[in-house]
Design a protein around this ligand. Structure first.
Ligand SMILES: [Zn+2]
Length: 406
């Protein structure tokens, strides 16, 4: 790594509440090169230790934080929903304008298919499970309206703002069955195979798409129901009673040797590749310079359906979520990813800079250095609003040290 790509995730409310000048100055002081500002984002409830307006914040569900152009959404029934709390601000315009004075580049952190409000208004665009019920939080990557909405959103960003990267989060299948949804609680052990089968879509658009790839999704759906029934009917003390690694290895055995699971894995990888190709091609017609990355994670990419080797040939970077307390885990995950992908595609591990992952200077420093040892091409820090100010000074010291020893 050249030690010159350091980004930090930033929520729109922190930029507006603290003031763009102050935030940019703090980011620049830390030695960062890039800001990942959320432009399309989901709900959440957060503690904001240094926000001058609120300590606890409820973020809105499924909204965007810039002024959209309707011409990008004429071929889809899905229309972008603007934040009501920050309706008076084009947050991205403010970020890109102020960033220039501080020599910072801006990336658009873009949540794509994960959107409860759009699904609530249009249930037919949702991911459908093997029993025909919908995921109320997630749109299907093969649904034509959803696909055109995401393409329109990304093209709007690429044509209207001066961005380095457009970072795509939730751009394929769901991350898994568990999603920390509002009051989400499960009384049974969530087997990774169950999670895998529930983060696949079996809707009519997926069935048609699978057919094009020579895959019979109806047959896979029936098999999925059988597998789910078997998993749900074991004794409740079986899975919790064996080591997690045994349970995890059964997913890999299924993916390697079970025909249905192999077909599903192929279908998911074709879909995610197709989605990214369509976005890439459309974006090029508006902006040839902007780079595209995906935000995925060490424990979630399999459910999302990415084939990293294939997608790394058409995207510029993988923002790789590595929220682990143990720095060696970060190093190992980065190293493994490095071996899988095209060398032109950057690996930018995301490191948490706050409790409960990294809340000591030593561990934060070791985590960043381990990511670099693993072969990282840049570092992303997560995130500005949640991180106490004291940790900003640690980040400054760590980045400074890395740049000095370059
Ligand atoms: Zn579908």
């Amino acid at each position: 790594m050249n030690n010159d790509y350091f980004s930090m995730y930033l929520h729109p409310w922190d930029l507006i509440d603290e003031g763009a000048e102050k935030v940019m100055n703090t980011m620049s002081e830390m030695g960062l090169s890039h800001i990942n500002i959320a432009t399309s984002y989901h709900c959440g409830r957060y503690i904001l230790p240094h926000n001058p307006k609120k300590l606890v914040y409820f973020a809105e569900e499924g909204v965007i934080y810039f002024e959209p152009l309707s011409e990008f959404f004429t071929n889809t029934k899905l229309k972008p929903r603007r934040s009501q709390k920050y309706i008076d601000y084009d947050v991205l315009k403010i970020a890109t304008e102020y960033a220039k004075s501080y020599d910072l580049r801006v990336n658009s952190w873009t949540v794509c298919l994960h959107n409860y409000e759009l699904v609530r208004q249009n249930p037919d665009v949702a991911v459908q499970d093997p029993f025909g019920n919908i995921d109320e939080n997630f749109m299907c990557p093969n649904n034509p309206d959803a696909r055109r909405y995401i393409t329109g959103l990304v093209c709007n960003l690429a044509s209207s703002y001066d961005l380095d990267f457009i970072q795509l989060e939730s751009v394929a299948f769901p991350w898994g069955l568990q999603h920390f949804d509002h009051h989400e609680t499960f009384g049974v052990y969530v087997h990774p195979i169950l999670s895998y089968l529930y983060s696949t879509c079996y809707c009519q658009h997926c069935e048609a798409k699978a057919k094009e790839y020579g895959i019979n999704l109806s047959a896979a759906k029936n098999k999925a129901r059988e597998i789910i029934s078997e998993i749900m009917n074991v004794s409740p003390d079986l899975y919790p009673g064996i080591p997690e690694s045994d349970v995890a290895s059964s997913l890999y055995e299924y993916l390697m040797f079970n025909e249905t699971m192999r077909h599903l894995a192929e279908f998911k990888s074709y879909t995610s590749l197709d989605m990214l190709q369509e976005i890439r091609e459309n974006v090029r017609s508006f902006n040839k310079k902007v780079r595209i990355s995906i935000i995925s994670g060490a424990t979630m990419w399999l459910n999302e359906g990415f084939n990293f080797e294939k997608i790394s040939k058409i995207i510029d970077a993988i923002d790789y979520i590595c929220y682990f307390e143990n720095p060696r885990r970060i190093e190992n995950y980065v190293k493994s990813l490095k071996n899988m992908i095209n060398k032109k595609c950057m690996i930018i591990p995301s490191i948490r800079t706050n409790y409960p992952i990294n809340y000591t200077k030593e561990n934060l420093s070791m985590s960043i250095k381990s990511a670099i040892n693993g072969g990282a091409d840049g570092i992303a820090l997560y995130n500005y609003g949640w991180t106490p100010k004291t940790i900003f000074s640690w980040i400054k010291t760590i980045i400074n040290e890395l740049k000095t020893n370059q």
